[in-house]
Design a protein around this ligand. Structure first.
Ligand SMILES: [Fe+2]
Length: 162
């Protein structure tokens, strides 16, 4: 990699792999959590994640490329960590731990999409810039939803449901 364009394409492949890996992991997480609101949040985010994969395919197309992924070590590690929590934690501890793991994943995605969106702008890839901005907004909203669930779930005086 020598140019910004090459770095941009490499990072797109990295996040494309990451979104696909996340979409495969989310059903297991949704099944494991006890809190109904949390389960619904993961089910919603699975639908959004499938949408992000489609949107990324449009980004590749706008660049005249076909979509391809390259293993993302960061997402691989974050998902391994989440998997470990599913095995080690139970009940309320599992729910709150999984929220924490999901927020780490969202923050990672927000960082990546923020970078990609700005690189697209710099490179004059206007369509990619707009598409990446829509995904970034959804990742931020998903993270805000998790924050609200975390506050509700960890506050014993709040509307705790599990
Ligand atoms: Fe996503």
């Amino acid at each position: 990699m020598k140019t910004l364009n090459e770095a941009f394409e490499h990072t797109l492949q990295d996040i494309y792999w990451a979104e696909n890996a996340l979409s495969k992991a989310l059903p297991k997480v949704s099944k494991a959590v006890g809190n109904a609101d949390l389960k619904a949040a993961f089910d919603d985010h699975l639908k959004e994640t499938k949408g992000h994969i489609k949107t990324l395919e449009k980004v590749f197309k706008s660049l005249g490329k076909s979509a391809s992924g390259e293993k993302c070590d960061a997402m691989d590690g974050l998902l391994k960590e989440a998997d470990g929590l599913l095995e080690e934690a139970e009940g309320h501890a599992l729910d709150v731990s999984v929220i924490g793991a999901a927020q780490a994943i969202e923050h990672y995605e927000i960082a990546r999409y923020g970078t990609l969106r700005e690189w697209a702008k710099e490179l004059g890839h206007d369509e990619a810039h707009a598409l990446l901005g829509t995904i970034l907004d959804e990742e931020k909203a998903a993270n805000a939803k998790l924050t609200a669930l975390a506050v509700e779930a960890v506050n014993p005086k709040g509307k705790r449901k599990s």
